[in-house]
Design a binder for this molecule. Sequence first.
Ligand SMILES: [Zn+2]
Length: 224
Amino acid sequence: MKPAPAVPILLVLAVGWGGLSCADIAAPSRSQVYEWRMITSSGPGTTDTLNFHWPRSRLPVRIWAEDRLDLPAHVQNGIQQWRSAFLYGEFDAVRVPDSNAADVIVTSQVALKAGFRGTRLAAGAAPECEGGTDFVLPPGSRQIQLPIRVFVSPRFDPALPGVAECLALTTTHELGHAIGIFAHSPFDTDIMYSDPTVSALSARDRATAERAYHLDPNLTASAR
Ligand SMILES: [Zn+2]
């Protein structure tokens, strides 16, 4: 699966900044972010820029992980990595035991159900595995219909070298989409690169996540 073309960083620099008091804390330069929003066509010659982050009132985000391929451990690692990107608890998540009560569902299944109006955020990952994130945004709607569905799956025997590492970093990458990073980084040193090979968030991933959480979202999430 190949990602959409990278969006020029200039677009990011043109974004208004909310002036939040905590905005100056981040150590990385403000220019060290990539475009994370989803830019969609909204008609001939016009585009719409969609951005989302979990509001504080919905934290911690509830994530359910299938008990297979060490997915619970990979999800826990991913939660920890994204949580640590923030200095003031702007994002938090927990694993929950019941998928019916989850905002985000992580499984090793690839197939989409018939009639599922999913928007696939493509993910490549290393050759040993693959992943993707689907969410339902009905046409014309500004409300994501939960749950967001994440899948990660091995391409080869999961016992082969490299597969577990691939599943781990791909899970972290897909959770990045689920927290609101809807686009791919153009830099291969970032976890949100389309074909990620690094196992941890870069400074640029963290700065981008923080930027995303300090911009008012124009999408909401449904009740669950
Ligand atoms: Zn991706």
